[in-house]
Design a protein around this ligand. Structure first.
Ligand code: SF4
Length: 437
């Protein structure tokens, strides 16, 4: 049977979809693009904002229209957040537990042709084991090591749809990464709902796991998808001295206003956040530090927004992912007074995004004239593209193999790329490549 899968949201969802694709292939299903007419459509949904809810609904309806006879499977956060909803036309509903049982649920559906609601009141405390051996034809592979969050930031729906913190056993993580590295993956991205909280349920911690992963032979680059300021403790900072760890950290700030930070129930103060960034930059002076910031949180006055804006400027992030506050039913902030008007949110998103673009260009300019190692992700007949360890997107003339590492002299910015020329060492390698065809 032909299956089309569409994935919304975060790296954890992308990983879970990759696992589901592996499972389906192992059981003889044919995977086609979601845009094709299929017998089964799977939508791995997201519910982090109102927009992701709307998009989840849209993709479900798109599948229904594409083939009204198809079996529609909807899973993930949007389903978890709307467990009581009818979801007419959806044949199999899976929340954030039992995605690994998708094959048996599909078989059951085709026996009964009755809607299956595989939903739980409690997502449990066990990590749902999944293990991938490939990650599409990509250069970098995401590895999910953790699920759930118990921080309850007042704007966030995640703890309600992803449940308690659950971690994958270290030996399974090591086996999975070793297998991916042996399959040629040069870069591994550790991901989770609350990655830095890894191990709290297993009596271990993120630093211990990192230490073991860094000993895996032939691992070229290890990237941490996102980590909270509070989880960058001394043991993790010590490991930052290992160059295998990518020279880029994504550390959500959410707001640079003291009052809003408190109202969000964030777990650090401005001073602590700033001090941590300074400590990291002592270890890695050139590190790229990106972040997430919400604007228009209930009660955010123009002064508080200015305070947040200036704090971001002071930190000098390499990129700011800016989000307008999105009211989520079930969260504490949904009931806060002084909800901010959409027009004001739009203005603040524009201002902070403009700042982010300026800061990003400033950061890219720091590396012009330098030689940087680039891991090639794709190439066409004339150019090759890849990322540096500090996540600069680099474009070079020439056709290099995917996964090849080349030394590039960065010469100019053609946003979003840093353009560069290949250093002579890599050129020699390319000539042999071209002559050998
Ligand atoms: S740390 Fe806060 S923002 Fe992040 S998933 Fe948990 S509750 Fe949501």
């Amino acid at each position: 049977m032909k299956v089309g899968i569409y994935t919304l949201g975060c790296k954890v969802n992308a990983y879970e979809s990759e696992y589901v694709v592996d499972l389906l292939k192992e059981n003889g299903y044919e995977i086609l693009p979601f845009t094709e007419v299929c017998d089964i459509y799977i939508i791995n949904t997201c519910s982090v904002t109102n927009t992701s809810d709307a998009k989840s609904r849209k993709m479900i309806h798109q599948a229904m229209r594409r083939n009204p006879d198809a079996c529609i499977v909807a899973m993930g956060c949007f389903i978890e957040a709307n467990k009581k909803a009818e979801m007419e036309g959806v044949d199999i509903l899976i929340g954030n537990r039992d995605k690994s049982k998708i094959v048996s649920l599909i078989e059951e559906y085709f026996k009964t042709k009755k809607q299956i609601k595989n939903l739980y009141d409690d997502l449990g405390t066990e990590f749902e084991d999944m293990e991938i051996h490939s990650f599409g034809n990509k250069t970098r592979a995401f590895v999910k090591i953790q699920d759930g969050c118990e921080n309850f930031c007042t704007y966030c729906i995640i703890p309600f749809v992803r449940g308690k913190c659950r971690s994958k056993k270290p030996e399974l993580v090591l086996r999975e990464i070793t297998s991916l590295v042996n399959h040629g993956y040069q870069e591994i991205v550790l991901t989770g709902i609350h990655t830095g909280n890894y191990g709290v349920d297993l009596g271990t911690d993120f630093a211990s796991l990192l230490k073991e992963i860094l000993e895996i032979p032939n691992l070229y680059r290890l990237r941490i998808s996102s980590i909270e300021e509070t989880e960058l403790n001394d043991s993790v900072l010590e490991l930052l001295k290992n160059p295998i760890i990518a020279n880029h950290l994504h550390i959500p700030l959410q707001s640079g206003s003291r009052e809003i930070m408190k109202a969000m129930n964030r777990k650090y103060t401005k001073e602590e956040y700033l001090k941590k960034i300074e400590t990291i930059r002592k270890i890695r002076p050139d590190i790229s530090i990106s972040t997430d910031v919400i604007v228009g949180f209930p009660g955010e006055t123009e002064e508080m927004f200015q305070e947040s804006y200036q704090f971001c400027q002071e930190i000098g992030f390499s990129k700011i992912h800016v989000f307008p506050y999105s009211k989520r039913n079930g969260t504490a902030a949904a009931h806060f007074p002084n909800q901010v008007a959409e027009t004001i949110k739009k203005e603040r998103v524009k201002k902070l995004t403009d700042l982010s673009n300026t800061l990003e260009k400033n950061y890219m300019e720091k590396f012009l004239g330098r030689k940087m190692e680039v891991l090639i992700e794709r190439s066409d007949s004339s150019y090759s593209i890849g990322h540096t360890s500090n996540f600069l997107l680099v474009k070079v003339p020439g056709t290099f193999e995917q996964e090849e590492k080349i030394l590039v002299s960065l010469s100019e910015i053609q946003y979003p790329y840093c353009l560069g020329t290949v250093s002579c060492e890599s050129e020699k390698k390319q000539e042999t490549l071209v002559t050998n065809g």
